[in-house]
Design a protein around this ligand. Structure first.
Ligand SMILES: [Mn+2]
Length: 328
C-alpha cells in the first residue's frame, strides 16, 4: 500500500467516504480492459445495494467480450462532474488514462473527494487524488476492490463475485502471469464460494472469437518471422488486412500473446499500420529477464516490463513470402 500509510487505515477512509456520501462517479480508464471494467461494475453493484446514486463513465466503448458484465450498458461516454460528491478512479495507471485530466484536477481542488484505487506504480494521479488506495503487489485493481467490498460488509451476490473474478482472471491472463500470488488464489477460492461463474467468464473472455477475427489471426500467424539471433518473434498486419477480413484493431488483441507461445522466444512484436499512417508496434514477453519497455523506449514509446508499445514513421514492404519495415 502507499508508503508510510497504514493500509487498513486507507481502507477505513474509503469505507467512511462511501458511508457518508450519496452521489458517486466511478471512472474507468480509456481503451478499457477487463480489470478496470469489472472492478468498476463490482463497486457500482455494491454502492447500488447501499442505495447510493452512482454513475460510471469511460471515454471509450466497452469491448464486446466484456458486455456480459452486469450493468455495463449503463457506462456513459461523458458526464458532467458537477453533481458528484465523490469520484472513484479505478485501475487508471496515470491521470492521462482517465481521459478527463482537466476536469479531475478541478474536481479534486474543489470537492477534495477523489479516490484512486489502483495497482500500478506511483504516478501523477497520486498528487491530485485525496485518497490513494494503491497496492502494487496485488494482481489487479479488482483484488483491491474485493478487500474493500468485504470491509463494507454488504451482501455479496453472484454478480459481484463474478465481476471481481473477471478482473482478476483477465489481469492474470487466466492465472498464468507471475502476478498470480497465493493471495490471488485465496481470493479466487473465496469468489467461487460466493458463486462466481467462472464458465461465464471463460466463455466470454477467452472463447469469444468471431470467424472474422480468427481469419485475421490466420493472416498474422502466416507472416510470423523468428529472428534466431535475438529470439524475437514478429509479424505484421496492414489496414488492408483488417478491411479484407472485415475486422478492426480490437480483433487483434491476444494474438501477440499467442506469438509468445514459442518456448525459446524472448519476446514477440506485432507491427500494424495505424489509421494515421504510422506503424505501431505491440511488444510482449513471458520472460522475467526481458524488459520490453526498454525496447519501446528506444523508439519513443513506453509501457511495462512485460507489455509495451511504440509508434514510428516507417514504410511497410510486403509480398507473399516476406515483409519488411523500413524506417523513414
Ligand atoms: Mn489492472
Amino acid at each position: 500500500m502507499a508508503s508510510g500509510v497504514d493500509p487498513s487505515m486507507l481502507l477505513d477512509k474509503v469505507c467512511s467516504k462511501i458511508r457518508n456520501y450519496q452521489n458517486f462517479l466511478l471512472m474507468i480508464h480509456e481503451d478499457p480492459d477487463g480489470d478496470t471494467l469489472a472492478a468498476t461494475v463490482a463497486i457500482y453493484l455494491v454502492l447500488r445495494s447501499l442505495e447510493k446514486n452512482v454513475s460510471m463513465v469511460c471515454k471509450d466503448p466497452v469491448p464486446a467480450p466484456f458486455l456480459f458484465l452486469p450493468e455495463s450498458a449503463k457506462i456513459k461516454k461523458d458526464i458532467l462532474f458537477g453533481d458528484f460528491e465523490v469520484i472513484i478512479i479505478i485501475d487508471c495507471g496515470d491521470l492521462k488514462r482517465t481521459g478527463f485530466s482537466e476536469r479531475l484536477k478541478k474536481f479534486s481542488r474543489v470537492r477534495k473527494n477523489l479516490i484512486n484505487i489502483d495497482h500500478h506504480p506511483k504516478n501523477d494521479l497520486w498528487k491530485i487524488a485525496n485518497i490513494n488506495l494503491v497496492d502494487q503487489k496485488v494482481s489487479s485493481a479488482s483484488e483491491i476492490v474485493w478487500k474493500l467490498i468485504k470491509e463494507l460488509n454488504v451482501p455479496i451476490t453472484k454478480e459481484i463475485s463474478t465481476a471481481i473474478l473477471t478482473g482478476i482472471y483477465t489481469d492474470t491472463g487466466g492465472f498464468k502471469h507471475p502476478n498470480t500470488t497465493p493471495n490471488t488464489l485465496r481470493v479466487y477460492s473465496e469468489l467461487l464460494n460466493y458463486g462466481a461463474r467462472l464458465k461465464q467468464i471463460t466463455k466470454n473472455v477467452s472463447l469469444n472469437k468471431s470467424v472474422a477475427s480468427l481469419r485475421l489471426w490466420g493472416v498474422v500467424l502466416s507472416r510470423i518471422h523468428k529472428n534466431q539471433e535475438l529470439g524475437i518473434v514478429s509479424s505484421v498486419v496492414t489496414r488492408r488486412d483488417l478491411s479484407q477480413c472485415n475486422t478492426n484493431y480490437y480483433d487483434l488483441s491476444g494474438v501477440v500473446n499467442l506469438m509468445n507461445a514459442i518456448p525459446d522466444s524472448q519476446a514477440a512484436i506485432l507491427f500494424f499500420e495505424t489509421p494515421e499512417g504510422l506503424i505501431r508496434a505491440s511488444l510482449r514477453t513471458e520472460k522475467d529477464n526481458v524488459d520490453v519497455s526498454k525496447i519501446a523506449k528506444l523508439f519513443g514509446g513506453g509501457g511495462h516490463k512485460k507489455a509495451a508499445g511504440f509508434s514510428i514513421a516507417a514504410d511497410l514492404w510486403l509480398n507473399n513470402r516476406s515483409w519488411e519495415i523500413v524506417l523513414k
